[in-house]
Design a protein around this ligand. Structure first.
Ligand SMILES: NC(=O)C1=CN([C@@H]2O[C@H](COP(=O)(O)OP(=O)(O)OC[C@H]3O[C@@H](n4cnc5c(N)ncnc54)[C@H](O)[C@@H]3O)[C@@H](O)[C@H]2O)C=CC1
Ligand SMILES: O=C(O)C1=N[C@H](C(=O)O)C[C@H](O)C1
Length: 250
């Protein structure tokens, strides 16, 4: 059986270096390129990469994906910073390259994906919902992509269930004290030395609190999800948003 030819973009970064190790250790994959910030994307076509793992930064991801999609290279993307405008631009590029697949995973951690799913299921049963995400202090973006996605799922579930806005009597507050609001859900971001990637989803109602917590204690926790994405994305053309679509959760 021929091995999948895989490239890693952002290969010297915290996630990228872990992905390089994971791809090298996978028996069904061959690492054909490991690119850093100053390397030419031509290495992807020259090395015959079939799948690119994109783990760079929001400023770089769109250009990298444009190149991959234009060259029929599938992509597995962990980089954050996704907006509706960016997603629709990417969908347009994919329309022009039928057969090419891109997976964007706000979080590759299986427990994090389950957190999002369970939060989505719980949302309609509770009057209040808030999210606290906690990360290492080198993280560039806030709130995390995972927290944004979790809040969107909760907000959509609340809306579908016809729930009103959450109760909140705050009339004066220091700016930021109530967090950032995403789809009506307050999201609070903590940056602390010693942390890796953590999230708590808090639900509350009369006399009851329900908390879902996930902790990634090491970046190796993301690698089974990355490898799953690499194996599956060549057979799923177009844009897939969220690893849950590859996990057979329903
Ligand atoms: N989806 C998920 O499960 C996870 C996603 N992330 C996200 O992945 C991204 C990377 O995270 P980290 O590895 O922690 O960041 P990092 O800063 O350690 O690594 C990013 C690397 O990308 C490089 N880079 C920047 N532009 C580039 C370009 N055009 N081509 C190639 N390399 C380039 C940088 O020089 C750096 O080495 C962030 O957006 C982060 O939020 C992080 C952890 C898990
Ligand atoms: O930058 C990180 O570290 C992480 N980024 C992703 C996010 O923003 O959700 C995933 C995970 O939380 C780690």
């Amino acid at each position: 059986m021929s091995k999948l030819r895989v490239a890693v973009l952002g290969a010297k970064g915290k996630m990228g270096s872990e992905a390089v190790l994971a791809v090298e250790a996978a028996e069904d994959m061959e690492l054909v390129a490991a690119l850093g910030r100053d390397d030419s994307l031509d290495a992807l076509t020259e090395s015959g990469a079939q799948v690119a793992v994109e783990l760079t930064q929001p400023e770089s991801v769109m250009g990298n994906l444009e190149f991959c999609v234009a060259n029929g290279i599938h992509a597995v993307v962990g980089t954050t910073g996704w907006t509706e405008e960016r997603l629709s631009r990417l969908r347009g590029q994919l329309d022009a390259s039928p057969g090419t697949g891109v997976l964007i995973a706000p979080n590759f951690g299986i427990g994090a994906v389950l957190t999002m799913r369970f939060a989505q299921q719980a949302a309609r049963f509770f009057e209040s919902a808030e999210i606290v995400e906690l990360h290492h202090p080198n993280k560039a973006d806030a709130p995390s992509g995972t927290a944004v996605r979790t809040a969107q799922l909760i907000g959509e579930a609340r809306q579908a269930a016809g729930l009103p806005d959450q109760p909140d009597a705050t009339s004066t507050a220091l700016e930021g004290a109530r967090g950032a609001e995403v789809n009506g859900v307050p999201v609070h971001a903590v940056r602390l030395r010693g942390l890796v990637a953590h999230q708590e989803v808090l639900f509350g109602d009369e006399g009851e609190i329900f908390t879902i917590r996930h902790d990634s204690l090491h970046r190796s926790s993301f690698m089974p999800g990355v490898l799953l994405g690499v194996r599956k994305v060549p057979s799923v053309p177009g844009l897939t948003f969220g690893l849950e679509h590859f996990l057979d959760l329903d």
